[in-house]
Design a protein around this ligand. Structure first.
Ligand SMILES: [Zn+2]
Length: 107
């Protein structure tokens, strides 16, 4: 007797034998067609490329100004962290904390 693994469809709860995927592919439920699992070639390399790209974009996004205002010839620009600092110094520390957490700390 071979030890075959059973997997349950998360949509219809049908128990099915797990089939190995060779190469790229998607295994679907034979009753409802829901996706059970998939395999992509080079998925780790792809995730690493996305992560490195996100890091570069995060640095660029926090280095350059997000808003600029020109009044009477004076140009005032601020970055995201500069906006958080201005909110904090103006006494709006809950909003400053929320902006800092959701735009700088969490991503
Ligand atoms: Zn199903």
């Amino acid at each position: 007797m071979t030890a075959e693994r059973l997997i349950a469809c998360h949509e219809c709860d049908l128990l099915q034998r797990e089939a190995p995927l060779t190469g790229e592919g998607v295994l679907r439920c034979c009753r409802c067609g829901a996706e059970l699992y998939r395999h992509h070639r080079d998925s780790l390399d792809r995730a690493l490329a996305y992560t490195l790209t996100c890091i570069v974009l995060f640095v660029i996004g926090n280095t350059y100004p997000i808003v600029g205002l020109s009044v009477n010839g004076d140009l005032v620009e601020t970055t995201l962290l500069g906006a958080v600092r201005v909110l904090y110094t103006d006494g709006m520390w809950p909003i400053a904390g929320l902006v800092f957490v959701t735009t700088f700390l969490m991503p």
